[in-house]
Design a protein around this ligand. Structure first.
Ligand code: SF4
Length: 261
C-alpha cells in the first residue's frame, strides 16, 4: 500500500484531533497554569518512575507527552490521538516544552497511554536524555539548512546529554539563525556548508571553536560530555565547567586528545 501523502496525513490528524473535544476542566486557573508550565516535570506516582500526570478533576488526571526534538511524524500523532480517545481522554492541548497535555484520563489509563506513547517514540519521562537536545527543522525540511539536524539529534542523545545539568545541553541548528533556541547553550552545533561548527557556551550566531563532519559529531560531543562529568564539582552546571576551561582544553576534549584540565 503506498504511503499517504503529507496532505492526507495532516487531514487525517485534524480529523482525529477534532474527534477529541478540546474542553478543559481544571478546577482553577492556577492549577491549569501549573499543569501547562510543568508538563514533564511533575512526578506523580510514588514508584519513582517519574511518569507524568497531573491531578485534574477527580478522578481524572492530565498526562504530559513530549515530542522528541520538537517534532513527530503525522502517523505517530494520529496513533497517539486514537489511543487517547480509546482510553477516554476528553481533550488534548499543546503545552510548553514542546509537549502535549492529554486531559481527562484516569490514573490507570494514563499509565497505559504513557506506555503506548513511549512505544510510538514520544517522551514520557522527565529524565529522558532527548529533552536535553534542542533541534530546529534542519535539512531537508528548511531550505536554509546546511545540515540534517533531526537526523543527527538521536545519535547525540545517548551520550551528549548530562543528567542533572543544564537543559538543554545541546542545540542543533541548521544555520546561524538559531530558530530553535536563540539563547546560549553549553554546546551549540551550527550547520556551515555541510559541516558542523561547535560553539561552546554561545548561540548559533557565535564563532565555532571547531568544525567537524556530521559523522564525527557524536563522538566529539560524547567525549566533551564525559570530560564535563569528570571535571564537574557537585551542583556545578555544564556551562560553568566549560566556562572555566580555556579554548585549547575544550578543543582537546572535542577532538579526543588527553587534557590536563
Ligand atoms: S535555524 Fe536555519 S535551518 Fe534551522 S529552521 Fe531556522 S532557518 Fe531553518
Amino acid at each position: 500500500m503506498p504511503a499517504p501523502s503529507p496532505r492526507t496525513c495532516v487531514a487525517r490528524l485534524q480529523l482525529r484531533l477534532s474527534a477529541l473535544t478540546l474542553v478543559q476542566k481544571f478546577p482553577s486557573r492556577s492549577m491549569a497554569l501549573e499543569c501547562f508550565t510543568s508538563t514533564l516535570w511533575q512526578p506523580t506516582c510514588g514508584c519513582g518512575r517519574k511518569r507524568v500526570a497531573h491531578t485534574f478533576t477527580s478522578p481524572s488526571v492530565a498526562i504530559g507527552i513530549g515530542l522528541a526534538f520538537g517534532h513527530a511524524h503525522a502517523t505517530a500523532l494520529e496513533e497517539l490521538t486514537r489511543a487517547a480517545a480509546d482510553v477516554g481522554a476528553t481533550g488534548l492541548r499543546t503545552a510548553p516544552g514542546r509537549a502535549l497535555l492529554v486531559v481527562g484520563v484516569t490514573e490507570d489509563s494514563a499509565e497505559r497511554l504513557a506506555d503506548i506513547a513511549q512505544r510510538l517514540g514520544f517522551i514520557v519521562r522527565a529524565d529522558d536524555p532527548r529533552r536535553q537536545i534542542v533541534a530546529c527543522a534542519g535539512a531537508p525540511i528548511c531550505a536554509a539548512a546546511e545540515i540534517s539536524t533531526r537526523a543527527i539529534a538521536p545519535s547525540l542523545a545517548a551520550n551528549a546529554a548530562i543528567a542533572g545539568a543544564d537543559a538543554p545541553m545541546v542545540h542543533l541548528s541548521g544555520c546561524a539563525k538559531g530558530c530553535a533556541c536563540p539563547r546560549s547553550t553549553p554546546l551549540t552545533v551550527v550547520g556551515i556548508e555541510g559541516r558542523c561548527g561547535v560553539v561552546v557556551n554561545g548561540s548559533a550566531r557565535d564563532e565555532p571553536l571547531v568544525m567537524l563532519m556530521p559523522e564525527a559529531l557524536p563522538g566529539a560531543l560524547s567525549r566533551c560530555a564525559d570530560g564535563v562529568r569528570r571535571l564537574r564539582a557537585a551542583d556545578e552546571s555544564a556551562a560553568e565547567v566549560l566556562s572555566r576551561l580555556d579554548r585549547a582544553q575544550i578543543t582537546r576534549l572535542l577532538l579526543g586528545e588527553a587534557t590536563r584540565a
